[in-house]
Design a protein around this ligand. Structure first.
Ligand SMILES: NC(=O)C1=CN([C@@H]2O[C@H](COP(=O)(O)OP(=O)(O)OC[C@H]3O[C@@H](n4cnc5c(N)ncnc54)[C@H](O)[C@@H]3O)[C@@H](O)[C@H]2O)C=CC1
Ligand SMILES: O=C(O)[C@@H]1CCC=N1
Length: 274
């Protein structure tokens, strides 16, 4: 086992994004990243980039220190059963990205290991994730190492585990919500006469610019809005129409619905496994 090896168990949408993020910023050498999937055909391209690709979770776990659980919630029990006989306290730290699965639930399955709940988003592939983290007591010794890993992949925030469902909606689903806004803006631009490519280019850069203003100025969105809204001008006219149509309300209601869905799915799974 090499101390700097990481296993990504379940290389699907998020697992692949994490693997690509870890390797492309040079933080991990490709040969130090093990990725698993039941059918490895569709992740052959990772093997071509030098990553270790296998369909054996246990083989990956034997070689690695950091074990990232990246399967869907319903697939987790299978993976934990696979790896449990190969886990040892001196070697392994478990990191779960799985929505609605508590640290306690994982401890119940595999024992009291260092466990980190992490909630990144797919922008981790391009080192622009926001990753929310919660640690159990055993994982507190590796807290800084974990934060360092995720800081190289964007920004990190340590939160109470109880806030993880809210963070999932805002931070992880948030990528999809932001994409939909960008798509809508693009469609609007096309209706105003821009061609599709130019409209998307503008919408993307405007989103990036807005985010960067808030991050750099540490300002409130309304302060930045005030700088754009000329009295009687076109911005306030458009903004007020968007609010009349329920923009803020739709976003808030969407986040709350997403949060509630996490609770419903969690309760369903707990009932099924009781
Ligand atoms: N997709 C996203 O943006 C985010 C996803 N998550 C969480 O991450 C987890 C994964 O999500 P996705 O990547 O979207 O799902 P996905 O379905 O794309 O990926 C899961 C992968 O695990 C593989 N798999 C299933 N059973 C396996 C096993 N026994 N051994 C090895 N591989 C196995 C599947 O073939 C699949 O490729 C979920 O629990 C989700 O809640 C969390 C934050 C963001
Ligand atoms: O939609 C989902 O359930 C997962 C969790 C957050 C992002 N994707």
């Amino acid at each position: 086992m090499n101390n700097s090896n990481v296993a990504i168990l379940g290389a699907g949408n998020l697992g692949i994004a994490i693997a690509e993020g870890l390797v492309s910023n040079g933080q991990f050498k490709p040969e130090n990243v093990f990725v698993t999937r039941r059918n490895t055909k569709s992740i052959q391209f990772l093997k071509d980039k030098g990553l270790q690709v296998t369909n054996s979770n246990s083989e990956a776990v034997k070689q690695c220190r950091w074990i990232m659980l990246c399967v869907q919630p319903a697939q987790l029990d299978n993976v934990l059963n696979d790896i449990k006989p190969h886990l040892n306290l001196e070697q392994h730290v478990l990191l779960s990205v799985i929505t609605g699965v508590t640290i306690d639930k994982i401890v119940q399955s595999v024992g009291d290991f260092p466990i980190v709940r992490s909630m990144p988003n797919t922008a981790i592939a391009v080192q622009q994730s926001m990753t929310c983290l919660a640690f159990n007591d055993r994982a507190s010794q590796v807290e800084q190492e974990i934060v360092d890993i995720f800081n190289c992949l964007g920004e990190t925030l340590i939160i109470e585990e109880e806030l993880m469902a809210g963070a999932t909606a805002l931070c992880s689903s948030g990528i999809a919500f932001n994409m939909r806004f960008i798509r809508a803006a693009t469609q609007g631009g096309i209706q105003l006469g821009l061609d599709a490519e130019d409209a998307q280019k503008i919408a993307v850069q405007v989103s990036k610019g807005a985010s960067t203003l808030l991050a750099v100025n540490e300002s409130h969105p309304e302060q930045e809005i005030d700088k754009v809204t000329t009295p009687e001008g076109c911005t306030i006219a458009g903004l007020n129409e968007m609010e009349h149509q329920g923009l803020s309300s739709a976003v808030i209601k969407g986040l709350v619905t997403s949060f509630q869905r996490i609770q419903i799915l969690k309760e369903q799974r707990e009932k099924e496994s009781a």
